[in-house]
Design a protein around this ligand. Structure first.
Ligand SMILES: Nc1ncnc2c1ncn2[C@@H]1O[C@H](COP(=O)(O)OP(=O)(O)OP(=O)(O)O)[C@@H](O)[C@H]1O
Ligand SMILES: [Mg+2]
Length: 326
């Protein structure tokens, strides 16, 4: 509630999050979207009790995170929150199974075998549990990391671009697993993503811009998400088009830049419903399937705050623009 986060002071002060009210709905899959530097990670870190706000408060259930001392705060992070990182953070010397139960082993807790078996069956990795991470594909490794995050039945699982390092097939495996964890286990999942296709797996899509929530959708398809992104972030789209017409090629990264880009991994099936021997299928209701392209925001520079433009046309309504294909 009323969450703000400022970094630095004086002229160097950055307002990463500006008086944001946000509630994660239990049992839902929420995607937090927005261009680079819009405050997605900041919001997620505050909600996950990894960082404290400059002002405002974070509640996890009835617990005011700010009221907790170090010990209870560590317990809350361990017992009630699960994390999935962009880099899978698996222990290389342990098998998939050992990695999944590692947090419980560290906490000295007993493994609930029935729960483990359910997670593993949804995970679709039953025959790879004895494999080490190096013997698993990227998507398989990230599914192991997801299973690990779910193992202690956390109230919320947070992922900051959990599919950011994966190709589209592997990303689909992981997103399908997260979807099923919500549908079948009632897990609450919050995922930060640049990517319209990834966000289309979620029940709810929340859009950030310059530290504010500026739009929210429910059950949006990839196309609806792309259109919304083009409408609410027109400056990024226009910049991309201008750069394209000047250079006739991708931006060189010298200017700060966020563009729409269609992932053109050749020959890789990008639909969540693409056949693949161990892709875990989603519920097949059609609302999340049939996405023709894998479109992402792409940060060409890694320098988020230079995205300021001379005109503040963030909220300007424009007709949806095409995603740039190259
Ligand atoms: N530790 C920090 N010190 C100073 N400024 C920071 C710090 N962390 C984030 N910022 C700034 O706060 C703003 C929001 O950052 P944040 O990491 O939340 O963006 P993001 O939406 O997650 O971007 P990305 O998509 O690139 O990960 C940016 O302008 C960023 O430069
Ligand atoms: Mg981030």
């Amino acid at each position: 509630m009323g969450l703000s986060k400022h970094y630095g002071t004086g002229s160097a002060e950055v307002v990463a999050l500006d008086d944001v009210d946000f509630e994660v709905i239990s049992g839902e899959f929420t995607a937090i979207m927005g261009p680079s530097g819009s405050g997605k990670s900041t919001l997620m870190h505050l909600m996950a009790a990894l960082d404290s706000p400059t002002s405002g408060s974070v509640f996890i259930g009835d617990t005011d995170v700010a009221s907790l001392k170090d010990g209870p705060l560590t317990e809350l992070r361990r017992d009630r929150i699960g994390f999935i990182f962009q880099a899978f953070n698996l222990v290389p010397t342990l098998s998939a199974q050992e990695n999944i139960v590692l947090p419980l082993a560290i906490a000295g807790k007993k493994v609930d075998q029935e729960w483990f078996d359910r997670i593993v069956s949804v995970l679709g990795l039953g025959n790879r549990l004895t494999h080490k991470p190096s013997e698993l594909s990227g998507g398989q490794q990230q599914r192991v990391a997801c299973a690990r995050a779910l193992m202690n039945r956390p109230d919320i699982v947070f992922g900051d671009e959990p599919t950011g390092n994966l190709d589209s097939t592997a990303a689909a495996e992981v997103l399908s697993f997260l979807r099923r964890s919500v549908d079948e286990f009632g897990q609450t999942v919050v995922m930060v993503t640049h990517d319209a296709l990834s966000a289309s797996y979620a029940d709810r899509q929340v859009f950030l811009s310059d530290g504010h929530i500026i739009e929210e959708l429910r059950n949006a398809t990839q196309d609806e998400l792309l259109q919304t992104m083009a409408r609410i972030y027109p400056r990024h789209d226009r910049l991309a088009e201008a750069e394209q017409s000047v250079n006739g090629k991708e931006p060189d990264g010298s200017a700060s830049f966020v563009e729409w880009k269609t992932d053109s991994l050749v020959g890789v099936p990008s639909s969540p419903h693409s056949p693949s021997d161990d892709v875990v299928e989603t519920d097949g209701d059609g609302t999340r399937g049939s996405h023709p392209e894998h479109a992402i925001f792409r940060d060409g520079s890694g320098a988020p705050e230079e995205t300021e433009l001379e005109d503040n046309d963030e909220f300007e309504q424009t007709t949806p623009r095409r995603a740039i294909l190259n």
